[in-house]
Write a protein that binds this ligand. Structure first.
Ligand code: NHF
Length: 480
């Protein structure tokens, strides 16, 4: 098969989990099939010491027609672990920011939508074959997929990594000569719903977890029953491996002590959170409230818990939350550190490899890679019972013998605080090695059930129109 994937994020361009997911999936598919990934160049070609795999070769040049103007497009190709990454470049597609500012981003989306069919037209000659499928990742690439389907009859698979309910005005579509796509079925007033349109025209619609599909079934997915399913993401367990840590052969508690010391804290039971500081999806406000509730005795843990509790936040985002985290760090200087930045994959791995627990208090989470990375590294997740977190973490209370973490209701600081207290207490009296067992179970669970090879196999079934979904939904999806 020749699989073409279209995306706005692929490593080294990373804004969120999409980059990690598409890159890893491409590599896994590339072991079995031919894979080409299309992405706007996002200024990568202009970077002096880019982290692009070399060499980068010119693939082709052509022109597109947008509004009143004709624009040149050049496509550059680079290879990475068995896949070819095609970077589509022109004065708009080269704009370095991926999604901002919005008008620039929309222009980029339009140029990309027109450039993809132009590129496929050239590929027909150069590759001497037609792609068997175009796999679109998120709404930004929907127009590209629908045009590839319309002009070349290429089956179009649409994966929703996160529903955004994104709309564009009919007038905007007219201005960029995309009015051929306008169809009254996808109109809401004079706005055109891009995800609905994509879901209607695609041949197969997927999302990234069973629970997310269930949570959004009534609001969105049920309309497309019959051609809709889920494919879980995976984790790169070779990279997220405790064996690769700087102090791999040191007992975990020693690594924790060292890392806390580096952060100016005394040893204690360490909770860790990594990622975007955001309230709407990631629920970081809930995490901060839960921490403060414990420290203020609003959730009783007693002085032993308070003395031993350590929290490190790693990430940046919402300025209000950044300041709130700084305030708490100031107030509880013996217990908390807020590292308002991103440290890169290797350094982040050191934190997972030392912390006892990873907090993932999302309000909703289509998949959420953090809980898998944490489990791979023996860092026990405490997360919300939503989306991919619900599918991948086995709650200790539901599975006393093979629990891999704790699940708590979303948007509930008190419940999170209680789970944290419970885990500190277990950690302090962990003579039976219960936490060690959970760490082992967690890594095994990810390696066996949530690996990218499995995801690739299931996507291949999707491409061949053979993936199924079992309805009605139950609480927990048995791994396929
Ligand atoms: O893991 C990659 C990611 C998901 O839950 C995540 C999200 C965006 O919100 O599939 O996409």
């Amino acid at each position: 098969m020749l699989i073409c994937m279209a995306t706005f994020e692929h490593l080294p361009v990373r804004v969120g989990g999409l980059a990690e997911a598409v890159t890893s999936l491409g590599e896994a598919l590339g072991k079995k099939e031919d894979v080409i990934i299309f992405m706007p160049a996002h200024g990568l070609l202009q970077k002096e010491e880019g982290d692009l795999p070399l060499p980068v070769q010119k693939y082709c040049d052509f022109r597109i027609y947008v509004g009143e103007r004709i624009y040149p497009v050049s496509v550059y190709c680079t290879e990475r672990k068995g896949t070819r990454l095609f970077l589509l470049s022109n004065e708009v597609l080269d704009f370095p920011q991926v999604y901002a500012p919005r008008d620039m981003f929309l222009q980029k989306m339009v140029h990309f939508s027109k450039a993809v069919p132009g590129l496929i037209n050239i590929m027909l000659k150069k590759e001497q074959r037609k792609p068997d499928v175009i796999h679109i990742n998120d709404w930004h690439c929907v127009f590209a997929g629908s045009l590839a389907k319309k002009y070349f009859k290429i089956p179009f698979v649409f994966t929703i990594h996160r529903l955004c309910h994104e709309r564009i005005s009919v007038q905007e579509l007219n201005e960029v000569n995309l009015s051929e796509l306008v169809d009254s079925r996808y109109l809401e007033g004079d706005m055109f719903n891009i995800e609905k349109f994509g879901a209607h025209v695609c041949d197969f619609l997927t999302t990234v977890s069973y629970s997310y599909l269930n949570e959004e079934w009534r609001t969105f997915f049920s309309t497309f029953e019959g051609k809709t399913t889920y494919v879980w993401n995976g984790a790169d367990h070779e990279f997220w491996n405790p064996e690769s840590l700087k102090h791999a052969h040191m007992p975990r508690k020693e690594r924790r002590k060292l890392l806390l010391e580096e952060n100016g804290l005394e040893d204690g039971v360490l909770f860790f959170n990594v990622g975007r500081l955001d309230a709407a999806q990631k629920g970081i406000d809930i995490l901060l409230q839960a921490f403060e509730m414990i420290m203020r005795d609003e959730v009783s843990g007693g002085s032993e818990v308070k003395e031993n509790l350590r929290l490190i936040l790693l990430g940046s985002g919402d300025h209000f939350l950044e300041n709130e985290a700084r305030r708490l760090q100031h107030e509880y200087a013996q217990n908390m550190r807020a590292i308002i930045s991103y440290l890169g994959r290797e350094a982040t791995r050191e934190y997972y490899g030392a912390a006892d627990f990873c907090l993932i208090p999302s309000n909703f989470e289509p998949f959420g890679l953090v809980q898998l990375e944490a489990m791979c590294m023996g860092c026990i997740p405490i997360g919300s019972r939503v989306g991919g977190i619900n599918d991948t973490v086995l709650d200790l209370h539901d599975y006393p013998e093979r629990g891999t973490g704790r699940l708590v209701p979303p948007r509930n600081a008190k419940a999170l605080a209680r789970a944290m207290v419970e885990m500190v207490q277990i950690a302090l009296r962990d003579d039976a090695g219960m936490l060690e067992k959970m760490r082992r179970e967690g890594r095994e669970h990810v390696i066996n059930k949530f690996n990218w090879d499995k995801a690739a196999d299931r996507y291949i079934l999707v491409y061949k129109n053979k993936a199924t979904i079992k309805l009605p939904f139950v609480n927990y999806a048995e791994p396929y």
